[in-house]
Design a protein around this ligand. Sequence first.
Ligand code: F6P
Length: 493
Amino acid sequence: MSPVTDNLEEDIADPLMQVLVVANRLPFCRMPGAGADQWQPSPGGLVSTLMPALRERRGTWLGWTGDVGAAEPFSKNGICCEPLGLSSSEVEGFYEGFSNRTLWPLYHDAIRPPEFNTDWWSAYVAVNERYATRAAQIAEEGALVWVNDYQLQLVPRLLHRLRPDLLIGFFLHICFPPPELFMQLPWRRELVEGILGANVVGFQVPLSLRNFAAAVDCLTNARRRGGELTYGDRTIQIRAFPASIDAGRFERIAGSYDTQLRVKVIRERLGGQPKILLGVDRLDYTKGIVPRLMAYKEMLADGTISVPECVMIQVAVPTRDNLGTYCDERRQVEKLIGDLNRDFGQMGAPAVHYLRQSLPIEELVALYCAADVLLVTSYKDGMNLVAKEYVASRIDDSGSVVLSEFAGAAESMSAAYLVNPHHREALKRAILAALGSSIAEQRRRMTSLRHAVRSWTSAHWANEFLGVLEAMRATAAHRSVCSVSGPRHDSRL
Ligand code: F6P
């Protein structure tokens, strides 16, 4: 984890400088079935980490509304939102196709086979051009533009061409894949060159940074010295900046009277003194919900644990429902939960309480406070902010986290029960150890986890990223402003 920034204000030279966030989703999406201008917070880690950071400054956010059709600019919770409407064919080709059937699986260890389709690629290029054009129109002179995530990897280069006065940062919220996977992509060089249009490129963890550097070495003639790339006449900083949360907000909600009351109600409804296992995930095949349920099932079957002394709550936030791989995952998860409740549930006491919904933060924090053990068993995860949210909410230093070693959060959470989700026996051992841990052991681990999450918040993350970007202003001013294309070179061709 990066060192703690003591004085947040000093990191940014001019706090009044416009920060324009460009991300595929606005922080708010239209409420299904509600009126045209009814908005609710968008799901996903990107929004929960950027929102609190942006609220602190004069921020504008350019992104998609999450459905088809246009919307007028609006302000909500201190953020100016500039909606970018996508047509249904753009949603199909750019979002569902190239972003989520090609890049998402490829960048997550090919857990599901990535599909390569030229029409989706064309849609990806076209939508990235639309984002870049719109950002060029609304960015103020010399603004800091923060482009986010795998859906928009071409935007930095396109935007730099349109507006060379801007300082452009790019942050990848998911993992960057190892070269042997990335090199499968027919459009690999275009993506790397697209990202290299930024002045600063950020990753969640050093492994992603190394993977990206390897791709740059293979596909371009950029020269690298440590975290600095020289590409043509430009200098680019590449660094790891682990994303985080607004820990104070979770602590405040956890400490409120209403939350503590709600925790009591939840526990009483579950039968008074049960041990509660909790999972909170988007219903995504990368999250390892199936191995978690399988481990629970085997432990119930062999009698190591039993219902109602031990129960599981699984919150599964709906996501990407139109994609076959997600429908399959949902079917598998729901079948397993059905089996568990059939075989081990009792009247009024199911083995798994399944909530397929997005919960308000107050209810989520109440669940975090009620649960004895949080289960994060992702096969691959850029960061996983749920693990950090749970820790921040445990204000009495109790509770335990079983955490996949393949989640970026594991880098800074070594006091969790780290586990390989592919290793069933190890997973069961970790869950049992967490369930059986003494209060003293919980305190020992949780104090260390809470210290880490409080000393590196979303504000530290954003200020460090924007600070490095702002520091590039001097370098950027001295270079030629017309082109970002370095000479081409592909060592594999
Ligand atoms: O964090 C990865 C990410 O894809 C974000 O870009 C996004 O906000 C979140 O997951 C939710 O995904 P989607 O925007 O496809 O619903």
